[in-house]
Design a protein around this ligand. Structure first.
Ligand code: LCS
Length: 401
């Protein structure tokens, strides 16, 4: 019955066969063109002294995938490079990124100043969940730097922007707001989900932290949920070792790999999203049943000049209102055939949704009014289909409204 590790048994071989691969790697380099998915939860130490050195922070070897993994590192390196930041942290979702960022900057008793139009989930975090932990948030009109200046108090530890904002496409002047915040020593975070690093680099404009819901354009194919933070190396290290370690919202190696694959085509996808969006925005502008079209690329957008200065393009998101209000908007959304009635955005497919009852249902009616989310507003995430087909679908659905 005595075991012999030179002649392992069947169950042992099932588990340890992989060691042969390690042994041969040196003689036969792999040189994979696509970053491998390191689907490993834990990483071996050479000996106890090595493990102890890693835990003391004296050796940067991988330990455990919640804290770091080579596939995550490849994504983080790429994102830091694209956003022109020192370091990045990949997380399980955009909301995990928002929570991690806030908890890295704030503790009980601290205060955040934020723009007032935000993704509904972020608004919920700010108005419901953070106050339960003693962190308060003042939401101010996102377009007015002076309102940010007035709202900052001695307790403010973070200024939080989403530009362009979901779903109103209101922009914040990132450079002007960063200057105001920095005078008081407060860092500025910008949610850059709508633009991606292809169209806007908040760090270059003066912000300190960039956040992405990578679920959207970074992944691009509607097949993963993920988030990214980019910032200074010491801040990212704190986010990783003080918050991610304890809160635990790490990204899976497979999802990190999907984002790496998405990034390879980001510029070509964004170019087509924008080309299609511009054409659709023009179509909607001239449609008799459409009362308002919000797209920063249109000269009628009140912040078209800021968008032209701050961004390298206008993105793929459009919001519009149909004559007849909420009911007419419902008829359009219930009658499209090519566009998909679904939340999320930035996918290859065109997605259509109703912010007031879906993504922004966390806003009260009064809050919706205050931030100009019309109850009839329809949000369109323009996809990569042939633009004439998307227009034909919208034309047919609008005819029924
Ligand atoms: N930031 C923005 C601007 C977002 O649009 C979203 C999600 C998030 C953060 C949160 O990211 P997640 O955790 O979902 O990866 N926006 C959504 C939307 O408009 N429809 O569904 C989700």
């Amino acid at each position: 019955m005595g075991g012999n590790i030179d002649k392992p048994g069947f169950a042992t071989l099932c588990i340890h066969g992989k060691k042969h691969l390690d042994k041969h790697e040196a003689d036969r380099p792999i040189r994979a063109v696509s970053t491998p998915i390191f689907q490993s939860s834990t990483f071996a130490f050479e000996n106890v002294a090595h493990g102890a050195a890693v835990f003391r922070g004296e050796d940067s070897s991988y330990v455990y995938t919640r804290l770091g993994n080579p596939t995550q590192t490849a994504l983080e390196t790429e994102m830091a490079y694209l956003e022109q930041g020192e370091a990045a942290l990949a997380l399980a979702s955009g909301m995990a990124a928002a929570t991690t960022a806030v908890l890295t900057c704030c503790r009980c008793g601290d205060h955040i100043v934020s723009g007032d139009t935000l993704y509904g989930g972020t608004h919920q975090l700010f108005t419901q969940t953070l106050p339960r932990m003693g962190i308060t948030v003042t939401e101010v009109p996102a377009y007015d730097p002076e309102d940010f200046a007035a709202a900052i108090t001695k307790k403010t530890r973070l200024v939080y922007l989403e530009s362009p904002a979901n779903p109103t496409l209101v922009l914040s002047d990132i450079a002007a707001i960063a200057e105001i915040a920095h005078r008081k020593g407060i860092p500025v975070l910008v949610d850059n989900t709508f633009c991606t690093p292809y169209l806007q680099n908040p760090l270059v404009l003066g912000a300190d932290i960039v956040l992405h819901s990578a679920t959207k354009y970074i992944g691009g194919h509607g097949d993963t949920v993920a988030g990214i933070l980019v910032g200074k190396a010491d801040w990212i290290l704190r986010a990783r070792m003080e918050i991610l370690r304890d809160v635990g919202g790490c990204i899976s190696p497979f999802n990190a790999w999907l984002l790496l694959r998405g990034l390879k085509t980001l510029p070509v996808r964004m170019d087509r999203h924008m080309e299609n969006a511009m054409e659709i925005a023009h179509f909607l502008s001239y449609h008799p049943k459409v009362t308002e079209v919000i797209y920063p690329g249109l000269k009628t957008h009140p912040q078209h000049e800021l968008a032209s200065r701050q961004q390298r393009g206008f993105g793929g998101m459009i919001s519009f209102m149909v004559k007849g209000g909420r009911e007419a908007g419902r008829v359009v959304m219930d009658n499209v055939q090519l566009c998909t009635l679904a939340v999320s955005l930035g996918d290859v497919d065109t997605l259509i949704e109703h912010p007031a009852s879906m993504t922004h249902s966390t806003y009260s009616e009064e809050e919706l009014r205050k931030v100009h989310i019309d109850p009839g507003m329809v949000r369109l995430s323009v996809g990569l289909e042939n633009v004439e087909d998307i227009i034909a679908d919208l034309r047919r659905a609008l005819a029924l409204a």
